[in-house]
Design a protein around this ligand. Structure first.
Ligand SMILES: [Zn+2]
Length: 307
């Protein structure tokens, strides 16, 4: 949440594509999504930024046997400094929008997503036999969400009322490869940040220093238990014995979350607290607050520990 993080989850690898000559749409449609860990030295010169399309380099350039691979990341090149890219600028205090028009344009271009709150209940679906239906339906993105207030740049001290679109973690997970490089503004945020900078690996949590604010967390499911009124999803943690996410059985059934989900990744938005009882937990209350992440996107997460 506060530490400097590498924002580029993946680059596009495409041979014989040239920046400023060939079309960026072509790159996005045909490039292969490569994480820094998947980079090989023969890709040199053929990996490009998912936002500005300029060539990237990987640091370290050659993976050495004893290099800690988790620190590998993509970097912009100095040659293209004049090309603006939100993934390049280093701003400790989030993304700044200097005018209402600039913020509206970012929303229109889908570079900025505002979340007004979490849907209490799932939308209605007709066929609940299909495990993927929940992900495929279109109505999970609310085209006319409520307006929410977002502050403009720190020095402007003004807020603007802007329309919200997404009201479920499911919608974030559904197009996760697109969302990972977008900026998000959550209900109780101070400013907009790239999704990758917001996502917080629960293995980083320390029970004596639990954040008081809500945040978007992710973790690997290690257990599931069914109670009469609540279910408990257990996530893998490192610094205390267990982390319990309390959910409602009817929502889990709809989301196909059960003991078979062990090993999958859960994204949830909420406050992790020990309520003075020594066992950190998160009590979810709405359907919109959590979702399984499709497996193919797990490599785009900012994992803190190897898993
Ligand atoms: Zn870029």
């Amino acid at each position: 949440m506060d530490e400097k993080q590498h924002r580029i989850a993946f680059a596009y690898f495409l041979e014989n594509w040239t920046f400023s000559k060939d079309s960026s749409d072509y790159l996005r449609a045909n490039g292969e999504k490569i994480t820094p860990e998947e980079y090989r030295s023969d890709m040199k010169g053929s990996v490009f930024c998912p936002e500005c399309s300029t060539p990237l380099s990987r640091a370290p350039e050659i993976a050495e046997i004893f290099t800690n691979e988790r620190t590998a990341h993509f970097r912009h090149k100095g040659t293209y400094k004049a090309i603006y890219c939100s993934l390049r600028v280093s701003r400790a205090a989030g993304l700044q929008y200097h005018s209402e028009e600039e913020a509206r344009r970012a929303i229109q271009n889908e570079n900025l997503v505002l979340i007004g709150g979490w849907a209490e209940n799932p939308p209605e679906i007709r066929d609940d036999d299909d495990a993927d239906l929940e992900f495929r339906q279109t109505q999970i993105v609310d085209p006319d969400g409520p307006m929410t207030e977002m502050p403009l740049g720190r020095h402007i001290g003004r807020t603007v009322l802007l329309p919200t679109k997404i009201s479920s973690v499911l919608a974030i997970c559904r197009n996760f490869d697109k969302n990972i490089h977008r900026a998000f503004y959550f209900p109780d945020s101070q400013y907009a940040l790239h999704l990758r900078s917001i996502l917080y690996d629960v293995t980083r949590l320390i029970d004596s220093e639990l954040p008081e604010r809500g945040n978007l967390y992710f973790g690997k499911i290690v257990g599931f238990s069914r109670l009469s009124h609540r279910n408990i999803i257990y996530l893998k943690v490192e610094n205390f014995p267990e982390l319990k996410i309390y959910t409602y059985p009817r929502f889990d059934e709809r989301k196909k979350i059960d003991s078979e989900s062990v090993g999958r990744v859960l994204l949830f938005y909420g406050i992790v607290s020990d309520k003075g009882e020594g066992v950190p937990r998160c009590m979810t209350t709405t359907w919109g607050q959590y979702s399984l992440l499709p497996k193919q996107y797990e490599k785009f997460l900012p994992w803190y520990t190897s898993n």
